[in-house]
Design a protein around this ligand. Structure first.
Ligand SMILES: Cc1cc2nc3c(=O)[nH]c(=O)nc-3n(C[C@H](O)[C@H](O)[C@H](O)COP(=O)(O)OP(=O)(O)OC[C@H]3O[C@@H](n4cnc5c(N)ncnc54)[C@H](O)[C@@H]3O)c2cc1C
Length: 318
């Protein structure tokens, strides 16, 4: 919605996009395949990509034909992302990539992955020598192995590179600038309504189950949840406004994600307390079960709560 029309975008504001995302999430719409390309890859390429990369990928993403995954985490590298070990070594016309990424959401549906790799040996400053490459997930030497969530859903994957060739023109931004680029992506990743609306369909169904005249205690509990939801929304809309103004509000985004994911988990607990899942309708049971089994991931994906609080504390330190 926000991209320039020459790349197939709608030239709308971040706030317009926010309103549409919110409606999709509140309805529990199946949006996952397009999510990362729209939220992260597009803005990344608009900011750091070459004109050739923009022409090649952005119109295809806007048409809903090209999906991207995020290749940051590795088996021994999650919160401490600068420790990634996947290497890209210069080869004729590009790089040879070796290593393993893990927890890669929807890599099995995606066409490409923005992959954080080490392009220079680890020196004193380990944030240097990292780069971002666009890797073709169907290319030779790339294997995508599914990993199931607790719910049984095939959500994420292990992605293994064995001498995978990546052409020169697939480097995003400057060689060695990967750390700066990857951290600038995170304001987009952490601040949207998806960080507090994952369990909204369950909350709405809880209200429906309780009917038009719930008792006083129940009304109070719902009111407390609703007021927190309203506050979170204000905070998250505030970040969308700052993104619109061209800022990279990392602290505010970290706050949205930490407070928002905590709220999402509390909605599940409130639903269980207020409605007896065994006695409830089929829709409630389905939403409750899905929320309960995916909840452990809410406070992990996109940065754990401890890491987010660390960011806030560090940035606000006098
Ligand atoms: C549903 C889901 C989808 C995901 N999708 C993707 C994806 O598409 N692409 C991708 O690259 N990754 C993805 N991830 C991975 C996610 O980014 C990592 O799980 C996350 O960054 C944490 O890394 P880790 O699992 O290695 O845990 P670790 O970093 O090993 O952390 C373990 C625990 O130690 C704590 N901890 C670690 N360091 C500190 C510290 N300095 N101070 C205080 N506490 C600390 C953490 O908070 C956590 O509780 C996904 C994860 C989930 C659950």
């Amino acid at each position: 919605m926000t991209w320039p029309s020459r790349y197939g975008g709608g030239e709308r504001s971040y706030l317009d996009r926010y309103a549409v995302l919110e409606e999709l999430l509140a309805a529990g719409a199946p949006v996952a395949a397009h999510w990362i390309a729209d939220r992260q890859t597009g803005p990344l390429l608009l900011r750091y990509g070459t004109e050739e990369q923009r022409q090649r990928f952005l119109p295809a993403i806007a048409r809903g034909e090209c999906f991207f995954a995020i290749g940051m985490s590795e088996p021994d590298s999650g919160s401490d992302l600068a420790s990634v070990r996947t290497t890209a070594v210069a080869a004729d016309g590009g790089w040879r990539v070796n290593g393993t990424k893990v927890w890669t959401s929807h890599a099995h549906h995606s066409h490409y992955m923005i992959t954080l790799v080490r392009t220079a040996p680890r020196g004193e400053d380990r944030h240097q020598g990292l780069s971002q490459l666009i890797v073709d997930l169907h290319g030779e030497g790339v294997e995508v192995r599914p990993i199931k969530l607790l719910s049984g859903e095939p959500h994420f994957n292990e992605v293994v590179f064995n001498e995978a060739f990546v052409p020169q023109e697939m480097l995003v931004g400057e060689l060695g600038d990967g750390w700066k680029q990857v951290t600038s992506e995170l304001a987009y990743e952490r601040s949207g309504p998806e960080r507090f609306l994952s369990t909204y369909p369950l909350l709405a169904e809880t209200v429906r189950e309780l009917g038009p005249t719930p008792g006083d205690g129940v009304t109070q509990a719902l009111g407390a949840l609703y007021s927190r939801l309203a506050a979170l929304r204000e905070l998250s809309v505030g970040v969308a406004r700052r993104l619109e103004a061209g800022a990279a509000p990392a602290v505010e985004a970290a706050m949205v994600k930490d407070l928002g994911t905590r709220f999402e988990v509390e909605v599940i607990e409130a639903a269980r307390r207020l409605v007896d899942p065994e006695q409830a309708g089929e829709r409630f049971q389905r939403l409750y079960q899905a929320a309960l089994t995916s909840a452990p991931g809410f406070t992990l994906r996109g940065g754990t709560s401890e890491i987010l609080r660390g960011i806030v504390a560090r940035e606000l330190r006098p």
